[in-house]
Each structure stands twice: as C-alpha cells, then as structure tokens.
Design a protein around this ligand. Structure first.
Ligand SMILES: [Ca+2]
Ligand SMILES: [Ca+2]
Ligand SMILES: [Ca+2]
Ligand SMILES: [Ca+2]
Length: 587
C-alpha cells in the first residue's frame, strides 16, 4: 500500500457545529425516536449557573501540550490528556495530578519528548499548590504522557499513581506522601507492540485482594509508519486511526503488591481509548468495558479468576443499535434508570450518536440514546471525557461531556467545541428501566458558553461540600476547575469505603434505601477518558427522612448502616467488617 499522500474523504459527515440548543434532529435513514425528550410535568428547568469557573484564583495553572507546532499532523497529537483526582497526602482533600503531554525534538523534530506532569496539592478554600518536586515526582517530562490512573495497588493505605503515554508507562508508589518511581521492577514494561497506552483502570480481577490493571493501547503509529493524509479540504491533517493496526490491550495481574505479570486471558487488540472496570453483570466479579476508536467496543465478562469472555456484540454494547461501531472515546457506568443495574454511556465521534446502553440484566443491554433524548446532540460533537454525575443531587445521575475535535482543520464546524451538561429527568417513583435527559448546558455556567479542545475530565468533591466538582483537561489550553455552586434541595451523605483487601474496593455496590427511593452506586475502576475520579460516593437524602445504607463488598461481605450511625451532610469512612463508621478523613 502506498503511504504517500493518501487522500481520504475523512469525516465527511461532520455536522456544522454552531450554538447548542435542545433542538432535536433526525438523521437521514434513521427512524424517529419513539418518545420525546420531555413530557408535561417534567422539570427541565435548572437554575444556573451550576458550575463556577474558579481556575483563575486557584493556583491551578497548567496546560497539556501536544507538540503540534512541529507540524507533523501526527495522530499522537490528537489524543490529549487526562486528570487524576486523589488524596495523595491523606488530609481529606482531593489533590489534582495532570499529565503534561509532549513534543517533538531534534534536527528533524522526530525525537519524542515529554512535557512535565504536575501534582497540585489541595490547600482548601479552592487554593492549590504545585508540589510535584516536594513529593518526589519528576519535574521534567520522562515521556510523552496522556493519562493517569490512581489506586492503592500495594494495599498500604496510600494511593499510588500510574501514568500512560507513548513509549512507556510509569508507576509511582506513594510512600506516605512521597512518590517513588517503581516502574523498572514493576513488570509494567509496555514493550514492543504495546508502546502506546491511553486509558487504564484498576480493580481486583482474580479475587486475590490485590488491584489488577487493564491498560488499553491505541494503534501502531510511529514516524516509521506516518502516512501523509489530507483532510476533506485537501490540506494536510491528522490521519484516521483506521489506517493503522490496532494494538493489543494489556491485562496485568498484581502479584501481592510487589509487581505485575502480563496475562492474555482472552484480552484482544483494538484502538483503545477508554476503559471501565465494574461488575457489569452483577455476579460479584469485576468485568471490563473497553471503548475502541472506530471498531467494536469490548465487554469482557469475568468468568472467574480473571478468565474473560468478550461478548460486546452479543450483549449489544459494541456499537449502535445496528451494530455499527463508533469512534468511541470516553465511558462511564451508573444505575441511571432505577433498575439497580449499571448502564453504560460512551462518547462517540461527530456524525455519530453518543451511546447509552441500558442494562436489562443477564448481560443484555438496550441501545437507548434516542429514547433518552441524547442522540441529536451526540452528532454535533467529538465527545471525550464523560461522567454520570448527579450535579443537582436529586438522586438521579446526570451527564457531563467534554468535547473537542481531533482534526487540525475540520471540514465543517469548529476545532474547539463546548461542553455539554445533561440533566436526568427521572423522579422518585418513576418506573424502573426508563430515563430521559434534557440538555441544560445553558444553565451550566460561563464555561459551557465557551469552546475548547476538551479531552480528559475527572469528577470529585474538591471542597467536601457534598456537591461534585469537575476538572477538565484541554489540549494546548489551560486546565479548568469547575466548582459546583448549584443549590440542591436535598441533604446528603458521603461515603469513603476502605476494604480489607483490596483497600480500594472496586466493584463494591452501595444501596441506599430511603422511603420509596432506592439509590444504587458502585466503586468503579477507570472511567471517563484517561482519567481518575473521586473514589468516594455521595448520596442524596431527603430532609428528615430515615435511610439505610447497605454495602456489598467485593469479598462478598454485606454490611448495613442506618442514619443514626452515619449521620448526614458529611463524609464518613466505612471500613470493611467494622460496625461503626470512622470519621473522615482517617489517618
Ligand atoms: Ca490531599
Ligand atoms: Ca461480573
Ligand atoms: Ca440529578
Ligand atoms: Ca464540591
């Protein structure tokens, strides 16, 4: 195959990206949706602004850079970076780690270099300080970085950090607030065919009490395999990933917190961009969902001891309802339809729909983007970081999506795009198995009125007020810190779960019953895009009503707590096997 200037009619179906509205559109050849996004009595109004952009005064000044000034039009430039939120120093305040990206150096600008990554400590009151050097992380950029995944892999109570990117991985062990680079002897070599990692997720997959790791890889691009591609306007641009071979994804099993062994176990290749670990079929074992770019997404069901069967197509989660794969980037899971099961949401490319897969049980999902009222919006955007966050704290998970194009010069529409905020219209008492969303971006705050090259997004309560805040990474433009300032009607309880082994209990299921209302949330690994979010969970509470929280730990142990024990409007820590909660934070 000639690699010289391949003319590609890429992305020819892009829709003009203008202002966002709730207007619905029906794509040619598509059957109209079978229900409307809102019905009489639906409360679609939101009093904004929901989020305040508090970046400027916070001290969080950082930009992910992709090296596009070398003008290679390299597909490497298109992926961008993630965000990790975790409390590295155990003071109860979430800190922020940001991969820095990279650039091309040398006489022909084909030598890969990393821009520095940064760790910002949360000082409280929305102030942050760069502590990268103080806590032992490298102040230079060891490699071209993309993502970050935080978890306590050695079960010592301190959250460790994995960084993904081009050429290698890095694992930093957290020794009581000081990081040590343990990559060399970790077994996480990502050698040869697995040289380009994007998203990663942690979770115990073989029930031995140690967090395992799934790292997804992208395609076999290098400067030795760098065809020239034209965009639709015949100017040089980023090539389609379909010109390259997909790379194998990597399952690393954790050997008692000391190192990792690479396993095959049914794991396949794919141009992977997103990953999520959770118990998606409810059998108590953690499963894996992988979002692949322009090819089928994978659902790996854990048949025990990390033996996986990939059933994405059969389960209905590999692409759209016709089985067509999308250009998939970000992923999240939540009980968004009141069924008690985890549904999946996947952000896709422009001209496609974002995919909402409602979980029907028995490893079957129903593609529900149109009946949920979110199909038309998806067609306008290239979606990346995403999360089911209950921004208005009414007990029904809502959706945030960061958007931004991958092409330098999109044929139509803009490179920079606005973020989207969807509000769930579910009310207490609505029948299970149904959900609709309304686009409430107009009330989202000033950030939602501006356009960006959005990529990774992480979600967490940065000021411990029971309202979920957001950090968004943009390519070649500063990261933004969005403080949730919505005034919910509800009260709340925040839960920090500490397992016996693993300490980060990915797969734990929490059920909060309060009168007729049931809220089900789970601890997940991975999620969004190249990012790590707050491991704590916040539940909405009706004022004055009694509630009961039941925790099903990954070990199988079940514990219940009433409101007298847990209280309200605060965070508490629940330790597996202990009858009384501990104050948060624990030390
Ligand atoms: Ca902290
Ligand atoms: Ca399972
Ligand atoms: Ca909500
Ligand atoms: Ca908050």
């Amino acid at each position: 195959m000639s690699l010289s200037r391949t003319r590609l009619a890429l992305f020819s179906t892009l829709f003009l990206i203008t202002t966002v509205s709730c207007q619905r559109a029906t794509a040619p050849g598509h059957t109209p949706a079978t229900s409307v996004p809102s019905e009489p009595g639906d409360d679609v109004s939101v009093r904004g602004p929901v989020f305040a952009d508090v970046t400027a005064a916070s001290g969080l000044a950082f930009t992910y850079r992709n090296g596009e000034d070398a003008d290679h039009q390299a597909i490497l430039e298109s992926l961008g970076g993630g965000v990790a939120l975790f409390d590295y120093d155990h003071d109860g305040l979430l800190d922020i780690f940001l991969p820095g990206g990279g650039y091309f150096d040398g006489p022909d600008k084909k030598k890969f270099r990393g821009h520095p990554n940064r760790l910002f400590r949360n000082l409280g009151e929305w102030k942050f300080r760069d502590v990268t050097a103080d806590c032992g992380l490298p102040i230079d950029g060891p490699f071209y970085s993309h993502g970050a995944a935080a978890s306590d892999y050695d079960n010592d109570g301190w959250t460790d950090l994995l960084v993904t990117g081009y050429g290698r991985l890095a694992l930093y062990r957290n020794d009581k607030g000081h990081f040590v680079d343990v990559t060399a002897n970790s077994g996480l070599k990502d050698p040869g065919a697995m040289h380009w990692s994007t998203s990663a997720g942690w979770g115990d997959l073989n029930a031995d009490g140690w967090p395992d790791l799934l790292v997804v890889h992208y395609v076999n691009w290098s400067f030795q395999n760098h065809p020239a591609c034209d965009g639709a306007n015949k100017k040089p641009d980023i090539c389609s990933p379909s010109l390259f071979e997909p790379l194998p994804h990597a399952l690393y099993l954790n050997q008692t917190g000391k190192n990792f062994t690479l396993q095959s176990n049914g794991i396949k290749a794919g141009p992977g961009l997103g990953v999520l670990l959770a118990d998606l079929d409810g059998d108590g074992r953690n499963d894996i969902y992988v979002a692949n770019d322009r090819t089928d997404n994978y659902l790996y069901i854990n048949r025990g001891m990390a033996a996986f069967e990939e059933i994405g197509l059969r389960a209905g989660v590999s692409g759209d309802e016709a089985g067509r794969p999308g250009g998939s980037m970000g992923v999240d899971a939540a009980d968004c339809d009141g069924s008690g099961r985890l549904s999946l949401f996947v952000t896709n490319f422009a001209g496609e729909e974002h995919a909402l897969y409602l979980n029907q049980g028995a490893s079957r999902f129903t593609y529900s983007s149109r009946v949920a009222g979110i199909a038309a919006i998806g067609r306008r955007f290239v979606g990346f970081g995403t999360g089911f966050i209950d921004f208005d704290r009414d007990g029904a998970p809502d959706l945030f999506i960061a958007n931004g194009h991958v092409l330098r010069r999109p044929a139509s529409g803009a490179r920079n795009q606005d973020a989207i905020l969807f509000r769930s219209l579910r009310n207490t008492g609505d029948p299970a198995g149904r959900v609709r969303f309304a686009n409430v971006s107009a009330a989202g705050g000033d950030y939602f009125k501006t356009t960006h090259m959005g990529r990774g997004a992480a979600f967490g309560d940065l000021d411990n007020d029971g309202r979920i805040d957001i950090v968004v990474s943009h390519t070649n433009e500063p990261v933004v810190l969005l403080r949730n300032v919505f005034e919910p009607k509800s009260e709340w309880i925040g839960i920090s779960l500490i397992g016996k082994a693993p300490k980060d209990p990915v797969g734990a299921v929490l059920t909060l019953n309060e009168g007729d209302r049931r809220q089900v949330q789970t601890i997940k690994g991975g999620g969004s895009y190249m990012s790590s979010s707050d491991p704590r969970l916040v539940f909405a509470l009706a004022a004055g009503a009694n509630y009961r929280l039941t925790v099903r730990w990954p070990s199988g142990q079940v514990q219940s707590f009433d409101d007298a024990a847990l209280g309200r409007n605060r965070y508490v820590a629940i330790q597996e096997g202990e009858n009384a909660p501990r104050p948060f934070p624990t030390r």
